[in-house]
Design a binder for this molecule. Sequence first.
Ligand code: IMP
Length: 175
Amino acid sequence: MDNLRLSPLISADEIKTRVLKIGESITDKYRGKELVVVGVLKGSFMFFSDLIRSIDTDLTCDFCGVSSYTEMQSTGEVRLTLDLSRSIRDRHVILVEDIVDTGLTMNFLRRHLQIHKPKSLTTASLLLKPDALKEECSLDYVGFKIPNDFVVGYGLDYQGYFRNLPYIAQVSNIN
Ligand code: IMP
């Protein structure tokens, strides 16, 4: 990883403030109702765990997994690698992603979850790259809109690394 340069883009404090705000909005919307919060592995695990702690209503957690990326490029083909463990039929569901880039993964998962007939489906993504979208992708909650650069940290990786950074950084190759 010596040939990579990391440039901090969003600090840990900025992330914390924004995640709390999203959690408050979700709490306001679902107060008194029960939620199923679905995290998309692996990238959303850090956002997911901070977000659920800022939501103040009864909830259960579930996860699904997808793959579409090779190194720094989307392959354009989304594959489900892990499915939900319990039925979401007639439940209020929040789908939690780390980042929406081309929009293909979020739209794939939205379609996949809708098949199981939830009572409602709300989407949240920590990051959105508006300039990278390949198809329309409407999101209910977005943490930050960022430029069309590859980023790591706070759960997001490059070749499996950097997920443990507490902040988001742009990564570039210096060779
Ligand atoms: P999309 O289908 O192109 O929107 O890509 C969504 C998935 O690609 C995300 O859940 C991430 O796993 C991965 N991804 C997209 N952009 C980045 C990035 O800048 N850094 C790390 N992973 C990314």
